[in-house]
Design a protein around this ligand. Structure first.
Ligand SMILES: [Zn+2]
Length: 112
């Protein structure tokens, strides 16, 4: 899975920068509009991390909610995935912000 591999690569880059430590735990934030399947990712990550500095690490996941602003009535609210529809006036002319990313929020390192 390409997404798991890119997370591992990004984490390895950071670990190499910080003196070649190993990671014991990663917290990954998944935006609800990122299209990333948390279950598939949690399954793929241990395989992608084999033989790397992340081998044996635990992975935690957090969801990031998306916010929407209605262009018709101006109300702001959190989106209800997968519908980007204004809860106040029912318009689908809403601008979604946030919730699209996939980021490594934090990493715990093993003591070397
Ligand atoms: Zn509205």
């Amino acid at each position: 899975m390409a997404i798991a591999e890119s997370i591992v690569r990004e984490a390895e880059f950071f670990l190499a920068e910080s003196g070649g430590a190993q990671a014991s735990r990663l917290t990954i934030v998944i935006g609800e509009f990122s299209g990333v399947d948390e279950e598939a990712l949690s399954f793929a990550l241990p395989f992608a991390s084999e033989g790397t500095r992340l081998a044996g690490a635990e992975f935690d996941f957090e969801k990031e909610r998306a916010d929407a602003e209605c262009r018709v009535c101006g109300s702001k609210q959190a989106c209800v995935f997968p519908l980007a529809v204004c809860a106040s006036c029912g318009s689908s002319d809403v601008e979604v912000s946030g919730g699209t990313g996939l980021v490594i929020k934090s990493m715990e390192l093993n003591d070397v």
